[in-house]
Structure formats: C-alpha cells, structure tokens
Design a binder for this molecule. Structure first.
Ligand SMILES: Cc1cc2nc3c(=O)[nH]c(=O)nc-3n(C[C@H](O)[C@H](O)[C@H](O)COP(=O)(O)OP(=O)(O)OC[C@H]3O[C@@H](n4cnc5c(N)ncnc54)[C@H](O)[C@@H]3O)c2cc1C
Length: 439
C-alpha cells in the first residue's frame, strides 16, 4: 500500500467504478463501492446500465488492461466460450461501402462478452478482494465537504429502507456514468463547474438477440459496418458467449432503425453483405427489440478547472461519453483507471490536478478522432486540416481493401493500441498512396 489514505468510496459499480475499485484497493486500507441498483449475482441486465442490452465489444487495448488488473480474466472468459477473434478472417469490417482487408494473420484480440456477462465477471473478481465492499441498492445523494480544508470528505447515501446516512471517505471517485451529478453537487457546494463540450449526433440504436445456424457467418465472429462516404448506417453483429448473437442497428437523425422485425431486417439488408442478410433471415430471434437514443457525445473538462476540492475524482462516462459506434467507452475507462493508478502511485499531493491532466491526455485523441468522423458524417462544418485528414482516412480505407498490413495498422489505432499519429508515418502514407495509384 502506498499509504495515501484509509478509505476510498467509489460511486457506481459499472465498468469504470469496478476498475477504479481494483486500482484503489492497492492504495487504500478499505474501498467501498456504492451502487444504486440491486446488483445481480449473474450476468443480468441492469436498469442503471441501459446500454448493456446492446452489442458491446472490448477493444484490444481494453483487454490488455483488463488482464493487467485481473490476471488471466480474458483467458478464463475465452475458455468459457466468450469469442476472442484473433485472426483477420474472423472479422468483417466495412466503412461505407469499403470492406477492409481481412487476411488471415494473427492480431491482438478484442473480446466479445455480452455487456452483462463482462460486468458480472469483473464484479466476481472485485468481490474476492478482501478490502473492497460493495453496497448495492443504495443511491448516492450528494457529497459532504470539510469546508475549512477545501476537501470532499464523504458522501450522503440512502440505503434501501433506511434513513439517509453520511459515509466518510478520504477519497471519493464518481463513476456514476453519463448522468453523473458531480457538476450539480459542485455548484451546490459553491465550486465552479467544469466546462462542457457537446457533439450533437442524434443517433439511435435498435438491438435484438438471436441464435444463428452454425456456420451461418462463414467463420466470422464480428461484423461491423460503419458509416462512410455514400453509406450512413451502422450494423454490428456480435457473437457473444453461449453461442448467442446480437445484432445492433444504428442510424442518425431522421434515419433511426425501426423496431418491427420485417423493417428491422430490411434496414439491415440495406447495408449488409449477402451472408449477413441470409443469416438474419434464418435467425431464431430470442427477444423483443430494444432502443437506445444517444443525443450527443459529451465531455466535461475537469482538467480546465482552476478551483476543485481535494478528495474527489471522476472516471468513465461521467467525464467523457463518446459516440458509441467505435466501441471505445470501456477501453477509455480502463485507460483512465491506469491514469488513476499512476497518479496514486506518485503520492497524494495535488492528486486531482495530476489525475485530470493525465485523463485528458487519454481522452483528447479519441475525442478528436470521433468528433471529426461525426462532423464529416453529419455534414457539419470542419476545419480544413480535419477535412484533409478525413480525405486521407478514406484513401487509407480504400487502400486497406487489398493491403493487409495497412488494415492491421488501422486496426491498431482503432483498437487504441497505437495513437492516430502512427497512421501518418511516411511508410504508412506511402502504402496509402501506392494502394490508391494501383486501384
Ligand atoms: C448503445 C451503446 C453501445 C455501446 N457499445 C460499446 C462497446 O461496444 N464498447 C465499449 O467499450 N463501449 C461501448 N459503449 C460505451 C460504454 O457502455 C460506456 O462507455 C461505459 O458503460 C461507461 O461506464 P461507466 O462505468 O462510466 O458508466 P455506466 O456504465 O453508465 O454506469 C454508471 C453506474 O453508476 C450507477 N449510478 C448512477 N447514479 C448513481 C447514484 N446516484 N448512486 C449510485 N450509483 C449510481 C449506475 O446504476 C451504473 O451502475 C456503448 C454505449 C452505448 C450507449
């Protein structure tokens, strides 16, 4: 233990809260995770995580961090039947109408548990930590402050069937997600609130689970069709554990996907390759369609605040929630957990400023990458540099149809293993040029 404190309280027991609890357990005598929902023992959907009813995958960098924090966890999940596509041939990836090369070489794998399954396995590991308690069915109502010290010293909680209580803490980490109320609580306590940036996208998802005929996808375990020039819709077909599949359709503005099964299938067929359309036409549908509306990406710039109380941090979607079509949210939360670990390891002095600065460095490139793709997709004004980069990326995708090595370079960036700048190295740019000249 670093001795940086005795009791840390984490608000929210979804992915960011659980990863934060794991990191904090190495630095505090005791960690308490407080969750509003009643936590299931098994892999069940929860009210507090409505997106868990839609297709999720963990990017390769997220899998690496998961294994760093919980050794062997991804191997165990894979052994239990969670898909871990390792070869290019197992993934169909398409931008607009351009299909990226899927040669057979090995890649650093992502992981495809359904979201309730992933959360349940991480919860199991957290429950085994001797110094972590999970208190569920217990909403957090606000923060308590030691005004004389300019420090948050705990939270107000409302355990079910009990009176409101105060829970004291040396450090509070807010992981209550996109709707997190830290800005409101800060204002109520007389602190400035973080500046917010929003990227309005009006995206809606519609998802259904199903069983497919064995071999229906010809060895593919993930089909991902994302918007690109001439094609604005989204389709994600995920193999999950238990030989189940989930298909998630997405559309922007006046092109939201329909719920009715026939229309749902027609929406899918409008963009899917033939083998997917056929697989869906033969599917055994397992549940009713579920809708999720995502009005805007939202970033709260805690790193820009000049006055912020000690004893409080924020992690996960409460700091930044991205357009979900690139599947980055959980991996960014994992990267923030590493930023938290490093900040704690360096000692308690000036913790919040150091942590928020490090977290912003994690978020910046992803926010920029997603924002520029969103603006291009929605025809919003873009600075010249962004338009040039967008044009380059379209050519990179085009050249990646035939060039497996280029597709792998792109995979490394979209898997958050490499920074976007790696796609602008001379050797990569040369392949993009050569690939487009020979097309
Ligand atoms: C449709 C959709 C698909 C997505 N697909 C992917 C994907 O494929 N890959 C990926 O990496 N990311 C994906 N994401 C993003 C990902 O779901 C989020 O980034 C991630 O869940 C954020 O985790 P979090 O812990 O910060 O917040 P959340 O998962 O939102 O959890 C917040 C937690 O806080 C609890 N809580 C809230 N208020 C209180 C309170 N007052 N007191 C106590 N507890 C409280 C909630 O019950 C919940 O448990 C997707 C998102 C959407 C919307």
């Amino acid at each position: 233990m670093s001795g940086s404190g005795r009791h840390a309280v984490v608000l929210g027991a979804s992915i960011a809260g659980l990863l934060a609890a794991r990191v904090l357990s190495d630095h505090f005598d005791k960690v308490t995770v407080v969750e509003r929902d009643q936590l299931p023992d098994d892999a069940e959907s929860r009210k507090g995580v409505p997106q868990d009813r839609h297709g999720h995958a963990l990017l390769p960098r997220g899998v690496q961090i998961l294994d760093e924090l919980f050794p062997t966890l991804s191997d165990k999940m894979a052994a239990d039947g969670v898909p871990r596509p390792q070869h290019g041939t197992e993934i169909w990836r398409q931008f607009g109408v351009t299909v990226l090369n899927r040669g057979g070489s090995e890649k650093i794998p992502g992981l495809q548990p359904s979201r309730p399954y992933l959360d349940s396995k991480i919860r199991d590991r957290i429950r085994r930590l001797p110094n972590v308690d999970m208190v569920d069915d217990c909403p957090v109502l606000g923060l308590t402050v030691a005004a004389s010290e300019d420090r948050i010293n705990g939270v107000k909680i409302a355990p079910r069937d009990e009176d409101e209580q105060a829970l004291t803490a040396d450090l509070v980490v807010d992981a209550t997600g996109r709707g997190g109320r830290t800005p409101v609580w800060l204002r109520e306590l007389g602190y400035p609130t973080p500046p917010e940036t929003e990227s309005a996208i009006d995206l809606a998802y519609m998802s259904r689970s199903m069983r497919l005929r064995p071999g229906a996808l010809d060895g593919r375990r993930l089909v991902l069709i994302l918007p690109g020039p001439g094609q604005p819709r989204i389709l994600g077909l995920f193999e999950h554990e238990d030989n189940r599949h989930m298909v998630t359709l997405g559309g922007y503005a006046d092109d939201h996907p329909p719920a009715d099964l026939k229309d749902f299938q027609a929406f899918a067929a409008s963009i899917a390759p033939g083998f997917v359309t056929k697989a869906l036409s033969e599917a055994e549908w397992l549940d009713e369609p579920r809708r999720h509306h995502f009005p805007a990406g939202r970033r709260r710039h805690y790193e820009k605040l000049h006055r912020f109380p000690e004893g409080l941090l924020v992690i996960g979607d409460g700091m930044c929630s991205f357009n979900p079509q690139y599947g980055q949210g959980m991996t960014v939360a994992a990267l923030e957990a590493l930023a938290l670990r490093d900040a704690l390891t360096a000692g308690p002095q000036d913790l919040s400023r150091r942590y928020f600065t490090a977290a912003a460095k994690v978020i910046d490139p992803v926010w920029q990458m997603v924002g520029s793709a969103d603006r291009a997709q929605l025809g919003q004004p873009q600075p010249l540099a962004e338009r040039v980069i967008g044009a380059y990326m379209s050519r990179l995708h085009a050249a990646s149809q035939k060039d497996e090595s280029l597709a792998r370079d792109f995979d490394a960036v979209s898997g958050l293993l490499q920074p976007p700048s790696s796609l602008f190295k001379p050797a990569v740019m040369w392949r993009v040029l050569a690939g487009n000249l020979t097309r």
